[in-house]
Structures are given as structure tokens and as C-alpha cells.
Design a protein around this ligand. Structure first.
Ligand code: SAM
Length: 222
């Protein structure tokens, strides 16, 4: 039987690129658990912000399987090495995505506005001094600034611009990131949300949030 997630032995690596870890596995497990909804959703455009090794976007393509034929995949990373590694990982699994070295989705806002049906993000979420955020190389994989929210808080408004009316966002967060506050903040923009997976590891307590536009939510907040 064909694997529904990227196989670690086929996932490429580089010393400056984040290897798939507990957070990556939690995100893919959340996608797998939501597979039947994803298949029914029939996304036309799937996007990953911060693709690292490509484990997540490749797994998403495999989870959608043959139902994703005609679906356009795109992934970005601020780290150019990550883009190269993701390309190799996708190729090794017979998948394809357009890959871009850029800050979040800089340069794509016009092209993708209101058209992304599924966005997946495992952001740098570790609370660190602010000066560590956005540094070149592997440090950009985890440095999240105050409360680990610096990059997350930049990604959320971009996601709001890019997601289609039926768009879904799957976002990895830590307890320290205050996931409930993220949900509340997005609720004010008309998003419903649910923690679709909670996993405590030795080092961290991970929450995968799924967010989607919901007209009733917007009305309730108004
Ligand atoms: C925690 S790693 C996750 C990597 C991969 N998605 C995974 O789950 O294994 C975060 C990734 O986000 C990238 N990143 C950090 N800041 C970014 C930004 N401003 N724009 C795009 N990517 C960024 C990092 O280079 C890193 O590859």
C-alpha cells in the first residue's frame, strides 16, 4: 500500500534545515486525522509557509493522493536551503510544488489573494529574545520572539488575505503562544477554530489549531 505520509528515509536534509520533529509529526497526524474532510474539501490550492524539509507539504500531497490531481501546491521558506531540501523531498515522493524563498508570502499576496483552500504552518514558536527572530539559517526555524508570537502574529494577517472563502488554516502552536488568544483574535476577523490535536512531549505542549472562515462567528462578534 502506498504511504499516506512522507517517508523519513526519503526526506532530504541539510545542516541548516529543520529536520521533521515532534511538531512536524503532530501537524501531519492532525492532517491525517482530518483526511476524510480534506478529501471532501477538494482544495484547488494548498500552501505551506515555512516548509523546512518538505515533510509536511509532501505528506499533505500524499494524504490528498490522486484526489489532488489538479490541485496546485506552493510552499515558502525564508531559508533558501529549506527550499532546496523541500524540492528534493517532493521529487523523491513523486510530488510537485512551486517553491519560493521568501518572508512568509511576500510577493505572492496579489497572485494568491483569496485563493488558498488549505494552508499549513509549523512556525518558529519558541519564546526567545526578539533579536534571534529571522536570523539566517537554522535559528530561523525556532526563534519566535516574545511568547513565541513574533512570526505567528505576522503570519495570521497574511493567512487572512490569502485564504479563500472556504479556506482552512492548520497552525502549530505551543501553550506559551496562548492558542486561545490566537483563536479569539481570529474570531474577531470572522474565523471559527478548533484545537484538532493536543500533544504533550517531554519538551513541549503542542496544540494544532484549525481555523476556517465562518460568517456566524463574524456576526456573533459584531
Ligand atoms: C519549526 S520549522 C518547521 C519546518 C517544517 N514545516 C516542519 O514542520 O518540519 C519552521 C520553518 O519556518 C521557516 N521560517 C521562519 N521564519 C519564516 C518566515 N518569516 N517566512 C517563511 N518561513 C519562515 C524556517 O526557516 C523553518 O524552516
Amino acid at each position: 500500500m502506498l504511504s499516506k505520509t512522507a517517508q523519513i528515509r526519503l526526506v532530504s536534509s541539510h545542516p541548516e534545515v529543520y529536520d521533521p520533529c515532534d511538531d512536524s509529526f503532530a501537524l501531519v497526524d492532525a492532517l491525517l486525522a482530518d483526511r476524510s474532510n480534506l478529501l471532501e474539501h477538494r482544495p484547488s490550492i494548498c500552501m505551506e509557509v515555512g516548509c523546512g524539509s518538505g515533510y509536511v507539504i509532501t505528506s499533505l500531497a500524499l494524504i490528498l493522493g490522486k484526489d489532488s490531481s489538479g490541485c496546485y501546491f506552493i510552499a515558502t521558506d525564508i531559508n533558501p536551503h529549506a527550499v532546496g531540501v523541500t524540492r528534493k523531498t517532493m521529487e523523491a515522493h513523486g510530488c510537485h510544488a512551486d517553491l519560493l524563498t521568501t518572508d512568509i508570502a511576500s510577493g505572492l499576496e496579489k497572485r494568491l489573494a483569496g485563493s488558498v483552500d488549505v494552508m499549513v504552518v509549523n512556525p518558529p514558536y519558541v519564546p526567545t529574545p526578539e533579536y534571534e527572530v529571522g536570523q539566517f539559517g537554522i535559528a530561523s526555524a525556532w526563534a519566535g520572539g516574545e511568547n513565541g508570537r513574533s512570526v505567528i502574529d505576522k503570519i495570521l494577517p497574511v493567512a487572512d488575505k490569502l485564504l479563500s472563502d472556504k479556506g482552512w488554516l492548520y497552525l502549530v502552536t505551543l501553550t506559551a503562544n496562548n492558542p486561545s488568544e490566537i483563536c479569539l483574535q481570529m474570531m474577531k476577523k470572522g474565523y471559527a477554530s478548533r484545537i484538532v490535536l493536543h500533544r504533550s512531549t517531554e519538551e513541549e505542549s503542542l496544540h494544532i489549531i484549525k481555523l476556517w472562515r465562518d460568517l456566524d462567528t463574524q456576526l456573533e462578534v459584531c
